[in-house]
Ligand binder design. Structure first.
Ligand code: 3PG
Length: 307
């Protein structure tokens, strides 16, 4: 079988080498399309492949139409909002993710960004410490759990809201479960977002929620830009001189935010939460192994689309 790595944002070299070994040991061949700039390059590269490993690369019906022999797409990472799942199902392609494999990398960045915000974007003025501050984790999945673990090391008081997670499972980590979204924002000076981008969550972090946050509020986004209502974000910045927004995903209105609120806003130019050698190796190798297992035995563990 032919396996393609199609990554606009490449994996570390060591991860690509590891993927190649897993794929070739499984009796398959590997090709590589990195840092592509045009969709036409992706469409050409997928024309004869049976499997694709991607990151945040957009896989839509046009890609499926161009990939006539495609059987499986594995998103080496957690969020799969970049793949048209319905289109995949329609053409009989299996879509998987590799949950948890890059979670520590994203969590470490979240804590790094918290320090950066509390130290006034490293501008040399007197900032504040994380110890004793209340941190709200919005969605207690793989990344949220890792953020809680590290934040406790900083001496933060950690709370979590997740309607899909049992309170007992949150409590056993020494984290206080919160059962309403409003209460999480009312309680916590820092809120760290770990929700996926879905029709329900898009634009859900709005003026009403953000203005509930205590004095010195920090909203930290290492999830997806779409979950934050960007018009409301501007209104919150205007209404609250104490509010800061730090994001690992550039907002659509970055020019306005940079111009008006430069000392309270920062976004990485390219999403870098999962951009570590370790996360690339973990997620990339998991993706390769899932593909080898899929072709060998039909194993569809981690499938995320309907059949
Ligand atoms: C994920 O969903 O796994 C993260 O957002 C990382 O995305 P990336 O692989 O594009 O860096």
């Amino acid at each position: 079988m032919k396996v393609l790595i199609a990554t606009d944002k490449p994996f570390a070299k060591v991860a690509v080498e590891g993927i190649r070994k897993v794929v070739e040991d499984g009796g398959h061949t590997l090709s590589l399309l990195e840092k592509y700039t045009e969709k036409s390059q992706l469409l050409a590269a997928v024309s004869d492949v049976n499997a694709i490993i991607i990151r945040s690369d957009i896989i839509d019906s046009e890609v499926f139409a161009a990939a006539k022999d495609l059987k499986i797409v594995v998103r080496a990472g957690a969020g799969y909002d970049n793949v048209d799942l319905a289109a995949a199902t329609q053409v009989g392609v299996c879509v998987m993710n590799t949950p948890g494999q890059n979670a520590n990398a994203v969590a470490e960045l979240a804590l790094g960004m918290m320090v950066y915000a509390f130290r006034n974007l490293f501008n040399g003025t007197s900032g504040a410490e994380l110890m004793g501050k209340k941190l709200g984790i919005h969605a207690y999945g793989n990344v949220g759990r890792n953020v809680a673990r590290i934040a406790k090391g900083f001496g933060m008081e950690v709370f979590a809201y997740d309607p899909y997670c049992r309170s007992e499972d949150i409590e056993k980590d020494g984290v206080t479960p919160i059962c309403s979204i409003n209460e999480l924002y009312e309680t916590c000076q820092v809120v760290s977002l770990h929700i996926p981008a879905t029709p329900e969550t898009k634009n859900s972090i709005n003026y009403e929620l953000l203005t509930k946050m205590p004095q010195g509020a920090l909203l930290l986004n290492t999830a997806r830009k779409e979950v934050v209502c960007e018009d409301d974000l501007v209104k919150v910045f205007e209404a609250r001189p104490d509010f800061k927004y730090i994001s690992d995903i550039e907002p659509g209105n970055k020019a306005e935010l940079t111009e008006k609120f430069a000392n309270r806003y920062y976004a990485t130019p390219k999403k870098m939460g999962a951009q570590t050698a370790e996360a690339n190796i973990n997620a990339g190798l998991a993706a390769a192994k899932q593909i080898v297992s899929f072709f060998a035995t039909g194993n569809e563990m981690f499938r995320v689309n309907k059949k």
